[in-house]
Ligand binder design. Structure first.
Ligand SMILES: Cc1cc2nc3c(=O)[nH]c(=O)nc-3n(C[C@H](O)[C@H](O)[C@H](O)COP(=O)(O)OP(=O)(O)OC[C@H]3O[C@@H](n4cnc5c(N)ncnc54)[C@H](O)[C@@H]3O)c2cc1C
Length: 150
């Protein structure tokens, strides 16, 4: 997939380590060890091709290819929480249920914080945005109703 942000690019492993601020010696050694551990085989990304590494603490079991052909690319990764499956409980009007079991009259929730109400288990592509949109509209409308009528 095309990346959202451009990669850091270098023509050598050393240069790449320098550009991303890694210890050059440790990084080079890690790549060298990995490359030496890659076993020969017929690489095929369309199936589990068994092309693996041997002798590493954590071996790659498929699609192991040597990292030896420039240009080399580095991407920074950051973790994110897609769904906690926890948060607040709401009813169908996005009204929050409080710890005494009663529905709050003027507290509504939408989106990630109440996604667990919809997602008992599993995940459908796009459901995060859908929950946010659908319950955002309901919560907004209910909150406006409450503000007008009280
Ligand atoms: C990596 C990743 C990939 C995803 N991919 C998909 C996907 O492909 N399709 C899909 O449908 N869903 C996807 N999701 C899920 C979806 O992004 C979330 O469910 C959705 O963004 C939640 O929206 P939200 O408005 O409820 O919460 P958020 O987007 O988390 O918004 C909450 C906001 O509140 C702010 N905030 C927090 N505390 C305070 C405070 N005290 N005061 C003021 N502001 C505060 C935060 O800064 C944040 O801006 C993905 C999530 C992640 C992490």
């Amino acid at each position: 997939m095309p990346p959202v942000f451009p990669a850091v690019t270098a023509n050598s492993i050393q240069e790449l380590a320098e550009k991303v601020g890694l210890d050059v010696e440790a990084f080079t050694q890690t790549i060298d060890e990995y490359n030496a551990a890659v076993q020969p085989g017929n690489f095929d990304h369309t199936e589990l091709d068994q092309v693996h590494t041997k002798g590493l603490e954590v071996n790659k079991t498929n699609w192991a290819r040597r990292i030896d052909t420039p240009p080399f690319y580095a991407y920074s990764l950051k973790p994110g929480i897609t769904f906690t499956y926890l948060g607040v409980e709401v009813n169908k009007n996005a009204q929050m249920r409080m710890s005494d079991g009663k529905l709050a009259k003027n507290l509504f929730a939408a989106g990630e914080i109440m996604a667990g109400n919809v997602l008992g288990q599993g995940y459908l592509a796009g459901i995060g945005m859908t929950i946010g949109n659908v319950f955002g509209r309901i919560a907004g409308s209910e909150a406006a109703d409450y503000a007008i009528n009280n």
